[in-house]
Design a protein around this ligand. Structure first.
Ligand SMILES: Cc1cc2nc3c(=O)[nH]c(=O)nc-3n(C[C@H](O)[C@H](O)[C@H](O)COP(=O)(O)OP(=O)(O)OC[C@H]3O[C@@H](n4cnc5c(N)ncnc54)[C@H](O)[C@@H]3O)c2cc1C
Length: 248
């Protein structure tokens, strides 16, 4: 490993757990994330139960979503009365510099200006029910999250001494899976390393990779297909998807 401060060190195993734009991944794979065509603009509400009880009831104990043509509004309750709100929409990557007419804002949007982003989102969701728009009106900071993914399934020929896990290995649309996979894989790799007999570290890492790639590949394909239906020209696609996911 060569570090930014010039240090160099040698390790038995380097684990690239460094997320979407992993610096370790190129040691194993030429794959790079590509834009899905869907952007999230994220905002959040704090202490929602006291400050916005109506919105707290709307969001409920879990997540709430409303779907329209090529756009959706999703709110997710986190701990401590914190709620994340995602405005999701299909748009070119440079939508904020050259907003297409159907996207709402008439002029370029400065992503560093929270009020400009709020106005752009209110224009994008113009005509939606007032309580949904209130989620945007009361949001604090706004973050721009164009969704990128790795090709799925992402596999690579095993290279001794280096591996990947989490988003570095299988960046996929954020549909409730990525953090869970990353934590599971961290635990599995730790167990595999701890249990490896002397001289068998490489074999243990290879077995870990095979299991991880097969499992994550399935989730990556499912979440990519899911994103296409959740942010789709026909909002009925999203509702049909939820019907299909109901246990029979
Ligand atoms: C909007 C959004 C909503 C999401 N919602 C959910 C959800 O509800 N449920 C779910 O399971 N998942 C969700 N995810 C996905 C989840 O956030 C990721 O899958 C998860 O964070 C991946 O974990 P990771 O540890 O692999 O990568 P990361 O969380 O990205 O962590 C990588 C770490 O490496 C560090 N790093 C990067 N480069 C270097 C470097 N060169 N040197 C040192 N450190 C470095 C970074 O600073 C970072 O701390 C969501 C994602 C997004 C974008």
């Amino acid at each position: 490993m060569r570090f930014a401060d010039g240090r160099q060190e040698t390790f038995d195993l380097v684990v690239g757990a460094d997320g979407s734009w992993s610096r370790v991944r190129p040691a194993l794979s030429p794959a790079t994330p590509y834009y899905t065509g869907v952007t999230y603009v994220e905002t959040s509400l704090d202490d929602i139960d006291h400050r916005h009880p109506d919105l707290a009831r709307l969001v409920g104990d879990g997540s709430m979503a409303a779907y329209g043509a090529n756009r959706a509004l999703v709110a997710q309750r986190n701990s401590g009365g914190h709620v994340k709100v995602y405005a999701q929409f299909r748009a070119p990557l440079d939508w904020h510099e050259n907003p297409p007419p159907h996207l709402g804002p008439a002029t370029a949007v400065d992503l560093d200006d929270a009020e400009a982003v709020r106005s752009a989102m209110l224009a994008l969701f113009d005509g939606w029910a007032e309580p949904l728009l209130d989620l945007l009106r009361h949001g604090t900071a706004f973050f721009h999250r164009p969704l990128h993914v790795l090709p799925a399934p992402h596999t690579w020929p095993h290279v001794p001494g280096v591996t990947l896990l989490g988003d570095a290995a299988h960046l996929m649309p954020p549909l409730g899976v990525g953090a869970n996979l990353a934590m599971l894989e961290g635990a599995e790799l730790a167990e595999a390393v701890a249990a490896a007999a002397p001289g068998a570290l490489d074999e243990a890492v290879r077995a870990f990779e095979e299991q991880m790639q097969a499992r994550a590949g399935k989730w990556a394909e499912m979440t990519m297909a899911g994103l296409d239906r959740l942010v789709s020209p026909d909002p009925a696609d999203a509702l049909a998807l939820f019907d299909e996911l109901q246990p029979s």
